[in-house]
Design a protein around this ligand. Structure first.
Ligand code: CA
Length: 591
């Protein structure tokens, strides 16, 4: 009777509650369903279409032969004056879709008709501090609850039928620059979240809560020197779990405001029982103020989901001086080599390198560039550590107000940013949404002030090519070979999905949802959604038919931070629509 505490009993009697339980528990999302999401095709109860984050579906009702007939069945507007930056992935359970929109809103929608069932608008204070638009990346489902994080750094759990608040919990102080934009995840009965705020000198942290009532279970700060704690009944029962030695990779006091925010949330690998999270830039951006590697900034971390202990770490950009946040998703996958199964994980970093790690221990297997131009490093050494070109690190301001400027590539918005890649179990390829751009970057003096931007740097992002910035790439993780590429004029900022139907889906800021042949890269379908597509597409089976859904709504970091690139895309219209597609029934019957 694990979830009986989650609902309001109709009658205040244990007996009656027990009698009602079987009917109600039919919906209740269980730990097992979450673990099975990678294989189930009739529902999507995790971000990443499986905790491993492969974004691969075994459905092939829709395939390269019939996709030309894929068409919309319904579309729904998020309404209001708040039309911008829609970056969520929908979840689907029992014919209902749960999705977030900009400004910390949640919608429940009939997945067959597009009819809105309920809407929840978080009442946000005026002084929220989102660095990169008022976006949100989705909900978690557990028991009878729909749970998400808000721009004022709270977790909110809603009743799945009514959208009414069941519990609400503050994760961190939004006045200090904290916010939450990532979808939380549920692992072994624990609700896990990260925080945003690296541009404000917060201390990054990953935390676990009891999904039934929002009680804190453990906290793991992600800046070396800060201690982790495990809680029971609101009290720390295991205190001072070390996260490394204070002062070791952070000489001086800057670790106290060291950033490393795990703002994109995380994934989970059931085979190794590890949470896999990434961490953002060390704060401030001006690297001359904080000598050392600055652990665990710009890193991937593997955590024990029971207590938040760090089992291993891999730092992609030690002593980051370019805002190369290491948050990008670390996707678990297995491959065969020399007669052995390699338990690997792959990530396409902001810094331009694609990494394949041994996910049992975090050891570097191989790495290679996945964009055409990298200026800040000459390559990776045998352990995967970058070989710096020190002439491409922006200079110290010294006694001046501004240090020497360099032109560095990739730009800080990344060879790849937050938008998730996909891995096909059929082709063995990763489909990576990447961007070709660089930046002028220089350092400035800065002092920490609570709640104020804490960069100590200035910058202008510039395109590298006249005719395109975005490049969707098919990459072989065993060889580093690029199998195909598809260019796009605007920077790609939406998630990718791949299917057994030999299809790869992704959206463009120009408003198209597109599909490609997974083997050849040939474009096989597109649909104009009316605004830029920044969401992550999903597919599922309902009533024997295969559906595809995606959010449309331009916004996000590019128009706010993009410099010369922002000028290129200034005429793109904002939006807020949820689109759903399928094949006409008679055409499917004929196949
Ligand atoms: Ca950052």
């Amino acid at each position: 009777m694990k979830h009986s505490g989650l609902r309001k009993p109709l009658v205040l009697s244990a007996l009656c509650a027990a009698m009602f339980f079987p009917a109600l528990s039919a919906w209740a999302v269980t730990d097992q369903e979450i673990l099975d999401d990678v294989n189930s095709t009739n529902q999507i109860v995790t971000n990443g279409m499986g905790l491993q984050g492969q974004r691969y579906s075994t459905l092939d009702i829709l395939n390269t032969d019939n996709i030309k007939d894929l068409r919309p069945v319904w579309a729904m507007s998020f309404g209001g004056e708040k039309q911008r930056g829609q970056q969520a992935q929908p979840l689907i359970k029992d014919g209902v879709m749960y999705v977030t929109a900009s400004y910390s809103r949640v919608f429940a929608v009939d997945a067959r008709t597009g009819k809105e069932l309920w809407q929840y608008d978080a009442r946000l204070p005026d002084d929220i501090r989102p660095c990169c638009d008022v976006i949100n990346r989705g909900v978690a489902l557990y028991g009878d609850l729909v749970i998400f994080g808000t721009l004022d750094a709270k977790l909110v759990a809603l009743n799945k039928d009514t959208g009414k608040v069941v519990w609400r919990k503050s994760v961190a102080d939004h006045k200090a620059g904290y916010s939450i934009t990532a979808a939380p995840l549920v692992v072994n009965g624990k609700l896990i979240t990260g925080v945003s705020g690296g541009e404000f000198g917060v201390v990054g942290k990953i935390e676990a809560y009891d999904p039934k009532n929002g009680e804190l279970l453990w906290t793991r700060p992600t800046v070396e020197g800060h201690m982790g704690y495990v809680y029971k009944d609101g009290k720390a029962v295991e205190s001072g779990i070390s996260g490394g030695e204070a002062g070791k990779t952070w000489p001086g006091d800057l670790w106290k405001t060291g950033g490393a925010a795990p703002w994109l949330g995380g994934l989970y690998d059931p085979e190794t029982n590890l949470l896999l999270f990434g961490t953002g830039n060390p704060a401030p951006w001006n690297s001359h103020l904080r000598p050392g590697d600055n652990l665990y900034s710009s890193s991937r971390l593997a955590l024990n989901p029971d207590d938040g202990t760090i089992k291993w770490h891999f730092q992609t950009t030690p002593h980051d001086g370019w805002d190369f946040d290491g948050v990008n998703e670390l996707v678990s996958f297995n491959y065969q080599e020399g007669g052995k199964t390699i338990k690997a994980a792959a990530t396409a970093d902001r810094n331009g390198f694609f990494y394949v790690l041994d996910r049992t221990n975090g050891k570097f297997i191989r790495g290679f560039p996945f964009v055409d131009k990298i200026t800040w490093a000459k390559g990776l050494d045998k352990n995967g550590r970058p070989i710096y070109d020190e002439t491409n690190r922006p200079g110290s301001p010294g006694s001046e107000t501004k240090g020497s400027s360099v032109f560095a590539a990739p730009a800080f918005l990344g060879a790849k940013n937050w938008m998730p890649m996909a891995y096909s179990q059929d082709t063995g390829l990763f489909y990576v949404p990447s961007n070709e751009w660089g930046m002028d970057i220089w350092n400035e003096e800065i002092a920490y002030k609570k709640g104020a931007a804490y960069l100590g740097a200035g910058f202008t992002i510039r395109p590298l090519n006249e005719d395109y910035i975005g490049v969707l790439r098919a990459i072989d993780p065993k060889t580093g070979k690029e199998v195909w590429r598809q260019k796009n004029f605007a920077p790609l900022w939406g998630g990718v999905m791949t299917t057994k139907g030999n299809l790869v889906f992704t959206g463009t800021p120009e408003g198209f949802l597109k599909a490609f042949n997974a083997k050849t890269g040939e474009q096989v379908w597109e649909f104009q959604t009316g605004s830029g597509v920044l969401g992550s597409p999903v597919t599922w089976e309902m009533d024997g038919e295969q559906y595809v859904s995606v959010l449309s709504g331009w916004g996000g970091a590019v128009p706010l931070w993009g410099g010369e690139v922002a000028k290129r895309v200034k005429d793109f219209n904002q939006g807020g629509m949820l689109w759903t597609f399928k094949l006409p029934k008679d055409l499917v019957a004929k196949r």
